[in-house]
Design a protein around this ligand. Structure first.
Ligand code: XMP
Length: 317
């Protein structure tokens, strides 16, 4: 009896009623939830929805440009903000995972607050919160949870004083995807694997540098493209490469090498709370390993993570 068409109709009517001529600011992440929330709000209030998409320099290779283009194509009123250098400079030298997360949360707040101030007369903050986020009170998709836990110096930033509108608050992930599909959102967005807000910073162990980000982006893009080519991307719940700051000996031609390790992670899961490692076919792993070692400068060894959650987690941080 639950149909996405009925949900869309009632939600848009409610949003129109609640928001009238008000302005809403919303942070897009490239993920499923914020994208679906944005399209619903856009259909309700048009250009009174102001979307902000921040490039923290920790996204997948070329993802910022591609996703921004896609959003513009969808007709969203969106502003992209290149804040790569701000994030990287605040991460410099930080090795501890919690300190890295805090720095990223802090810079995000600053950047987003600046951008929100440019929307004159804004009254609302739109968020892609879904039902599991509400019940678990952890937001795996929005910045809000991180913001609340990390921003306790100097009072709340202004955008957090806005009224909050969360059109997906009653939905589960599969329902969000169905609504997204009915709204005509591209499968590339709807089928995207979950990706953590702090991005590649928590897939680089230890301190983050521009050079390590570039190496990881290259290795990760080879991995993801090969999964897609093998028809496995949609069967895996989440996959990504991890940069390990250890060096090991290898040989390349007649030369001895002493370079870093890339670890591949792929898991099956329903909600990320528990996860099993995927039994990817050996020929696919072999191809990915060869390609990474041959093409990614600075990497001479690839390993595969065969740990499940619990007791391991999905991310390495
Ligand atoms: P763990 O590593 O805790 O991850 O097993 C569970 C799921 O949550 C994602 N994750 C995050 N998503 N912001 C997010 O939006 C975050 O700070 C964050 N940390 C972890 C992770 O990618 C996995 O899907």
């Amino acid at each position: 009896d639950w149909t996405s068409a009925a949900f869309i109709d009632t939600t848009i009517a409610e949003l129109k009623e609640t928001l009238g001529n008000d302005k809403v600011v919303l942070g897009l992440s490239g993920g499923v939830d914020s994208s679906v929330a944005a399209v619903l709000l856009h259909q309700a209030i048009g250009t009174n929805l102001h979307c902000i998409f921040v490039d923290n320099g920790l996204l997948r290779k070329d993802e910022y440009e591609q996703v921004l283009e896609q959003y513009k194509h969808m007709g969203l009123n969106i502003k992209g903000i290149d804040a790569k250098d701000r994030f990287l400079s605040q991460l410099a030298g930080l090795k501890d995972p919690e300190l890295k997360r805090k720095a990223i949360g802090r810079v995000f707040i600053e950047v987003f607050d600046d951008a929100a101030h440019e929307v004159t007369g804004v009254n609302w903050l739109g968020q892609g919160t879904i039902y599991p986020d509400v019940i678990e009170s952890i937001s795996v998709n929005g910045p809000s949870a991180t913001i609340k836990s990390h921003h306790n110096v100097g009072g709340l930033p202004d955008f957090m004083k806005l009224k909050v509108v969360e059109p997906l608050k009653t939905l589960f992930k599969d329902e969000v995807r169905r609504v997204g599909k009915a709204l005509g959102i591209d499968d590339v967005i709807l089928g995207r694997h979950p990706f953590p807000g702090p991005g590649l910073a928590i897939r680089i162990l230890g301190d983050v540098t521009a050079e390590k980000v570039e190496i990881l982006q290259h290795a990760d893009s080879i991995y993801i493209n090969e999964l897609k080519a093998a028809g496995l991307y949609d069967k895996v719940w989440q996959a990504g490469a991890i940069f390990l700051p250890v060096q090991s000996v290898g040989v390349m031609g007649d030369e001895r090498t002493y370079e870093n390790v890339i670890c591949l992670r792929a898991v099956e899961s329903v909600d990320g709370m528990t996860a099993d490692w995927c039994h990817l076919p050996y020929p696919v792993l072999a191809k990915i390993s060869n390609e990474i070692i041959n093409k990614v400068k600075g990497i001479n060894r690839v390993v595969y993570d065969i740990s499940s959650k619990p007791p391991a987690t999905i991310e390495w941080e």
